[in-house]
Ligand binder design. Structure first.
Ligand code: HEM
Length: 357
């Protein structure tokens, strides 16, 4: 996974470097858009592997559908509105049909290649990508006599869409806020660059061992996730009547766990809760706050994020590659306005001046 990610990111980093050179070494990017593009490529490769070229346009269609949904999220909620035949709803339904059909076709083609090929994955070694893992799960579940446990091709379609959505916007959000924070705090930017250069030496892309040694970078990513958690809240429903603190919660009650508020609570994080201070993670996540579970950007318990390790790996790799090549600062027109639009994002974008080092 790391070589695939490094290759994909390396190409984007080189393109940006050339662009900067063409602009006298000084170029403004919207970090939010730039990272979305970067992350989209990696997540598409993780899902489709060698079928990347065929999967890419399908996920592009989904990105369009998400853009529609995000726009609708801006407006007031009217129950049942999404079923009306408005122009936008018709486009969204058409996109949905097209995505489903294309994914089912792709699954069919992929299945045929798996049956015919003598690729290592088919010979029982580790699969190359998520699509292959899911196709195998469908086949295994078909062999199981309990049809209630059966996984279908429709499930694969939904999983591809979920993973693409859940993986793209969250990780690109984390990277955007990290770059914004490092642009605001140049001393931390210098310190973490020094760490990357020391650990990775002359290697353009870090190895797995290098990534494990990037402690300051890990602390900075955690602090970015604390201050600007991409998912601001999670919801749980009580399965049974339960007492929580002094409260009686009846069965079926929905509870909203406000991650953003918990991450900014001074009783948990001390009086500097609103400040950027990565050192608080110096002793590990469990020691960073007064309660060991106060840090929950990926949720908690059995339903916590399945993509946590991939997201952190990807964020570390991207930041290490960027830090060794570029320096950055906020563009004069940057306006700090974190805003919740499904996820916590910069309302006016994140214009950043990037320079080649
Ligand atoms: C910085 C990046 C990410 C953040 C902050 C994040 C955050 C979250 C949160 C808060 C949840 C809800 C957990 C809960 O209810 O306890 C979640 C669930 C989920 N995430 Fe992520 N996520 C990230 C990256 C990813 C990636 C890269 C993927 C896929 C490759 C992914 C796939 C999912 C899925 C499928 C679920 C639903 C899990 C379930 O319901 O069992 N996420 N994520």
């Amino acid at each position: 996974m790391i070589p695939m990610m490094a290759k994909s990111m390396g190409e984007e980093v080189m393109k940006l470097s050339e662009e900067i050179s063409n602009h006298d070494g000084n170029f403004v990017i919207d970090a939010s858009n730039w990272f979305q593009n970067l992350v989209e490529d990696v997540i598409t490769r993780a899902i489709f592997g060698s079928f990347y070229e065929e999967g890419r346009p399908i996920l592009k269609l989904q990105a369009q559908q998400v853009a529609h949904a995000t726009e609708a999220y801006h407006k007031s909620f009217i129950p049942g509105y999404r079923f009306l035949p408005t122009k936008k709803n018709r486009i969204s339904r058409r996109l949905n049909k097209e995505i489903r059909k294309s994914l089912l076709n792709l699954i069919g083609r992929r299945r045929r290649t798996m049956t015919n090929s003598s690729s290592p994955a088919v010979c029982g070694e580790l699969p190359n990508d998520l699509l292959e893992i899911m196709i195998k799960a469908v086949d295994e579940s078909a062999a199981n006599s309990n049809h209630l446990l059966a996984i279908t091709e429709n499930d694969i379609v939904e999983e591809c869409k979920t993973i693409f959505f859940a993986g793209k916007h969250t990780t690109s959000n984390l990277l955007t806020w990290t770059v914004v924070l490092l642009a605001m705090h140049p001393r931390w930017q210098d310190d973490v660059r020094e760490e990357v250069l020391r650990v990775c030496e002359s290697r353009d892309s870090p190895t797995k061992d290098d990534l494990a040694k990037l402690k300051t970078l890990g602390m900075i990513l955690n602090e970015a996730l604390r201050l600007y958690p991409p998912a601001v809240a999670i919801i749980r429903r009580a399965k049974v009547n339960v007492r929580l603190g002094g409260l009686h919660i009846p069965q079926g009650t929905e509870l909203l766990i406000p991650i953003l508020a918990v991450h900014h609570d001074p009783t948990l994080w001390s009086s500097d809760a609103r400040e950027f201070n990565p050192s608080r993670f110096g002793g590990g996540v469990a020691q960073a706050a007064k309660h060991p579970m106060a840090f929950m950007p990926f949720g908690l318990g059995a339903r916590r994020c399945i993509g946590q390790n991939l997201a952190v790996l990807q964020a570390k790799l991207a930041m290490a590659m960027i830090l060794r090549r570029f320096s950055f600062e906020l563009a004069p027109d940057y306006k700090h306005a974190p805003s919740v639009l499904m996820l916590l994002h910069p309302q006016h974008g994140a214009p950043i001046v990037v320079r080649n080092l």
